[in-house]
Each structure stands twice: as structure tokens, then as C-alpha cells.
Design a protein around this ligand. Structure first.
Ligand code: G3H
Length: 246
């Protein structure tokens, strides 16, 4: 399956930051893997215009489960599509923590986003306390069960495994820990959807210096990158590592 290097800019970036996209396009005019940037919503339409006709895609970082209505500050899936998005990240641990998003809320968003035609990148991952208690695989299996609603379209699904304790900390799991979780995810998704074609991304402190090693692991089909996606030079090096791993 084609690898996916996805960048999540989180709450970073203004109009000036679009120069990083121009630099990335100059470095990777025709990437041999899928490349996605999810900027803040304020930049989505401008970034979509900037990457038009290139191999680079843009996506949202979240959407509301409702199609429209009285939800101040929220954005619907159709609005993301209208702004040029083809993907949306759902259930990121920062949304789960900052906005108390439950698995059921994430599941409702998956239904709405897929109905609007978006590829959905659903995030799962354990906290450090859960890992220390030996509950990692149970937590992740339960997040997958709860966050993927009946009727989920596997062809519009990507899963990102992001250990909460590895996000933005510079710490990463061991290769064995990543493989253990990705193998469990692969089995669970194969059992439920009857396909091994769902891309599994690893996320959490991916950077140019560790990307090649992570991409060489079985059942790792790419990465969801936070901090290192903000600079074209760093994200470009991660894209190159994924291209080389194919
Ligand atoms: O969505 C991205 C992840 O939360 C990873 O963030 P990070 O690469 O800054 O650790």
C-alpha cells in the first residue's frame, strides 16, 4: 500500500507559514508517497490553493458531527470539503483531552466525515499510566471499537497510533512496542473489515533522525507528524525516508 506522511500543524501557523509549503513543493514536486498537511482551519483554503495540481493534499484537524447549526466555533465536514480538504483527523488525543471527546463523539464524527466524502484519520493511543499498568492493547482495542461506528467505510479509513506520552515529548516507544500495537491493530481491523489495506500510521515525536527506522517496521505505513511537520526541511526529510522505505 502507498505510504502516507501526514503533517498535523495543530494550533500553529499564519499566512507567513505558507512559505513552508512552497519550500516543500519545491523539494517534493511529485512525491512517491501520499503527503498530507492538516493546517489550522484558518489556513485550509489558502493552503489548498497553494498545493493545487501538486501531489500534496490538505486536510482538517477535526470536524463536528452535525451538518450545520448552532455550534459556535465548530466546523462541519462539508465546510472542510468546501475549503479543499480531502482528509480529516478525528479523535486526536488533544481533542479527547482538551474537549472531552469520548469514543462515541469520535464515532459520530467519523460517520459525518465519511458521508461528506472525507478520508478519516482516526487516532488512538494509551497514556503513560495505562502503559505502565499493562493496559495498552486493551485500551487501543477499546478505542478502535468505540470510535469506529457501524457502517464505517474501510476504504475511507486510516488509523494513527499515537501514544499520548510520546506526543511532543521527544520520547518514542521501542520498535518492539510499536510493532506490538500495529500488529494488534492490523488483526483487529482485518477481523472487523476483512481487509489489510487500511493504512496504519505511527505518531509521536517522529523526526528526520528516527523516521527511517520507524518506517522499516512491519505494519507501519507512514506517520502522523506534529512538530516536525512545521518546517519544510524536517518534513521533507521524513517524506524522503518514507519514499525510501517503499
Ligand atoms: O498529530 C501529531 C502528533 O500528535 C505527534 O506530534 P509530535 O510529532 O509533535 O510529537
Amino acid at each position: 500500500m502507498r505510504g502516507l506522511a501526514a503533517g498535523n500543524w495543530k494550533m500553529n501557523g499564519t499566512g507567513d507559514s505558507l512559505s513552508e509549503i512552497e519550500a516543500l513543493l519545491a523539494q517534493h514536486p511529485a512525491p512517491a508517497c501520499d503527503v498530507l498537511i492538516c493546517p489550522p482551519a484558518t489556513l485550509l483554503a489558502r493552503m489548498a490553493a497553494a498545493v493545487q495540481g501538486s501531489g500534496l493534499k490538505v486536510g482538517g484537524q477535526d470536524c463536528h458531527a452535525a451538518a450545520s447549526g448552532a455550534h459556535t466555533g465548530d466546523i462541519s465536514a462539508a465546510m472542510l470539503v468546501d475549503a479543499g480538504a480531502g482528509h480529516v483527523i478525528l479523535g486526536h488525543s488533544e481533542r479527547r483531552a482538551d474537549h472531552r471527546e469520548s469514543d462515541a463523539v469520535v464515532a459520530a464524527k467519523v460517520t459525518a466525515a465519511q458521508a461528506a466524502g472525507l478520508m478519516t484519520i482516526v487516532c488512538v493511543g494509551e497514556t503513560e499510566a495505562e502503559r505502565d499498568a499493562g493496559r495498552t492493547l486493551d485500551i487501543i482495542a477499546s478505542q478502535i471499537d468505540g470510535s469506529l461506528p457501524e457502517g464505517t467505510d474501510a476504504a475511507r479509513l486510516v488509523i494513527a497510533y499515537e501514544p499520548v506520552w510520546a506526543i511532543g515529548t521527544g520520547r518514542t516507544p521501542t520498535n518492539e512496542q510499536i510493532v506490538e500495537v500495529h500488529e494488534a491493530l492490523r488483526r483487529q481491523l482485518q477481523d472487523r473489515f476483512g481487509t489489510a489495506e487500511i493504512a496504519l500510521l505511527y505518531g509521536g515525536s517522529v523526526k528526520p533522525s528516527n523516521a527511517a527506522e520507524i518506517f522499516a517496521l512491519p505494519d507501519v505505513n507512514g506517520a502522523l507528524v506534529g512538530g516536525a511537520s512545521l518546517k519544510a526541511s524536517d518534513f521533507g526529510a521524513i517524506i524522503a525516508a518514507l519514499e525510501a522505505a517503499a
